[in-house]
Write a protein that binds this ligand. Structure first.
Ligand code: C2O
Ligand code: CU
Ligand code: CU
Length: 552
């Protein structure tokens, strides 16, 4: 059965099952993603349907405050992070068992604290594992030596601790931290373990001053995660081996662990700092109002601010990636909410289930697209956050034309290193045919080397968000990009808006080749061993990950 047949059948089933908010939004995915072919009316209709589906989004968005969940804390003041079980009322009125990073500091309690640091700060923190399984914290996007990077080769067993000590050397940006133990990263992250790590510098502070931004008030982190719940409010994560081949897709898209969230905003510029913290779901983000997409400004990516703002009206966001955007609500109309949404797109699970060794029934009956627990498909148009705009005014600030100085991409040295993403016909995803092996380091680079890598995703594949530890990189070129993505290209090299910044994660679509430039210069002595992997967390857990060495 073709991908399209499966999609259509699924949508119809949902539709016949009663047009609730979900069913209605489900229709939106039938709108063509490429509007160059007379689909503008259909797109407007789909947008309106998504907006209507946000009518019952009334739960106040959880924001980082002075304590509690997401509470803001100086990274230099954190002494101990306890990894433990807790409860959170994620669905209103229902306490759900969750796992969280718990911190006590100055008589205040924090869960998944939002850590803030400045370049040059020293972080000294002990992780205490209070789970009944091994875990480790990985500081995603921060350049650390391998011991402080935190990966499955350095786990803490139950009731053991692990000490980190590192200098924050990174560009100002929003990074994040999450578990990274071998084969159980996906369930641990899904159960709630994830937090944000902000780095500031002079450029960053200049921007906040210019626009009058305040973290948690007018500068809003948005952690997007899809999860499924049973009727008692317990998280469902029952992903059999064959469903891991696609990844987990949950029914509810939570923002900052708020279900059906709403946020009241003034008519001014807001800064949204988006993290795709989902296990496997890609988002095609847009701000909708009255069936049209509002323009917004992309100002930064994984590795910090761009040179200058870039106006766009949509952007794909793949697992682990961040987008830093400005939305000027003076451009919005009054009396009608603005809805942050994910628009429908073809998820391109083109893996050809029949030849993968994945039992046909499992593949066709929702092993992947629907999630195991009947979760919503990848690529389905859905509302994410409702923004109610208050009729206030008096804000007269303007977006600065210059944001930062982004270093030029490192010059390409020699022939690119080919990295081929494929499946092995037995239900495994591979990188150059490799699967993760504890004692293997199949790829080695020289410290200080400048390399280009050509990441080639095969045609019979899925989108793979590829992440490298230890370094940020630049995208040089995309080829073979599917039409629904290519329309967002900004130049003859096919670069997407976020490809213009520093990245630690890049999405390669089926049939696409992405050429990236890396500079393996870092200050850490001796040999270092890092991970390079797919950040579809189920793929990572299945072994779509390799260790690579940086040698003197
Ligand atoms: Cu965010 Cu290796 O991971
Ligand atoms: Cu990482
Ligand atoms: Cu993958």
């Amino acid at each position: 059965m073709s991908n399209r047949d499966r999609m259509t059948r699924f949508t119809r089933r949902r539709f016949l099952g009663g047009v609730g908010a979900l069913g209605l939004a489900g229709l939106a995915r039938l709108a063509p993603a490429d509007e160059g072919h007379g689909g503008a009316r259909a797109a407007a209709k789909a947008a309106l349907e998504i907006e209507q589906a946000a009518a019952d989004f009334v739960n106040p968005l959880r924001l980082p405050g002075a304590s509690g969940l997401w509470g803001v804390l100086k990274a230099t003041e954190v002494r101990e992070i306890r990894v433990r079980r807790t409860e959170l009322a994620v669905l209103p009125g229902l306490a759900s068992p969750f796992w969280a990073y718990a911190v006590e500091s100055g008589a205040k309690r924090f869960l998944n604290p939002t850590l803030v640091a400045r370049r040059g700060d020293e972080v000294r923190v002990r992780m205490a594992n209070e789970l009944d399984q091994p875990t480790i914290i990985h500081w995603h996007g921060l350049a650390n030596d391998d011991r402080n990077d935190g990966t499955g080769i350095y786990v803490a067993a139950p009731s053991e601790t692990y000490d980190y000590g590192f200098t924050v050397r990174d560009r100002a940006s929003m990074y994040w931290y999450h578990p990274h133990p071998l084969h159980i990263t996906a369930p641990q992250t899904y159960r709630g373990l994830a937090g944000l790590f902000f780095v500031a510098d002079d450029d960053e502070e200049a921007l906040r001053r210019a626009l009058g931004l305040e973290l948690g008030v007018t500068e809003i982190p948005l952690v997007l995660q899809d999860k499924s719940f049973d009727h008692e409010g317990r998280l469902e994560y029952d992903v059999p081996r064959e469903a891991m081949f696609h990844g987990f897709f949950g029914e509810e898209i939570l923002v900052n662990l708020t279900a059906r969230p709403a946020f009241t905003a003034a008519r001014r510029i807001y800064r949204f700092r988006l993290l795709n913290g989902s296990n496997a779901r890609n988002y095609r983000l847009a701000f909708l109002q009255g069936g049209r997409r509002l323009g917004f400004y992309l100002i930064g990516t994984d590795g910090g601010l761009l040179d200058a703002p870039k106006r766009v009206d949509q952007a794909f966001l793949t697992p682990a990636q961040r987008l830093d955007v400005l939305l000027d609500l003076r451009e919005a109309r009054e009396g009608r909410p603005v809805v942050l949404a994910t628009l429908g797109f073809d998820p391109m699970h083109n893996e050809g289930a029949m030849e993968t060794g994945v039992p046909k029934a499992a593949a066709a009956s929702g092993g992947g697209h629907e999630g195991h627990a009947g979760g919503a498909m990848d690529g389905e148009g859905k509302p994410i956050l409702r923004i109610d705009v208050e009729p206030t005014s008096g804000y007269a600030k303007k977006i600065p034309a210059k944001l930062s100085r982004l270093p030029a991409p490192p010059p390409a040295g020699g022939k690119p290193r080919r990295i081929v993403l494929a499946h092995d016909g037995k239900g495994n995803w591979t990188i150059n045919g490799w699967q993760f092996e504890m004692n293997a380091t199949p790829l080695t680079v020289r410290r200080g080397a400048r390399e280009t890598w050509l990441i080639e995703n095969s045609r019979a594949s899925m989108p793979h968000p590829m992440h490298i530890h230890g370094f940020q990189f630049r995208v040089l070129e995309r080829r073979g990009t599917p039409a629904q993505v290519r329309v967002l290209g900004t130049d003859s090299n096919g670069l997407l808006p976020q490809d213009r910044g520093l990245l630690d994660t890049v999405l390669a679509w089926p049939g696409e080749s992405v050429r990236i430039a890396l500079d393996f210069t870092h200050p850490f002595p001796g040999d270092q061993t890092y991970m390079f992997h797919c950040h579809n967390l189920e793929h990572e857990d299945l072994g779509m990950m390799i260790q690579y060495g940086v040698k003197a």
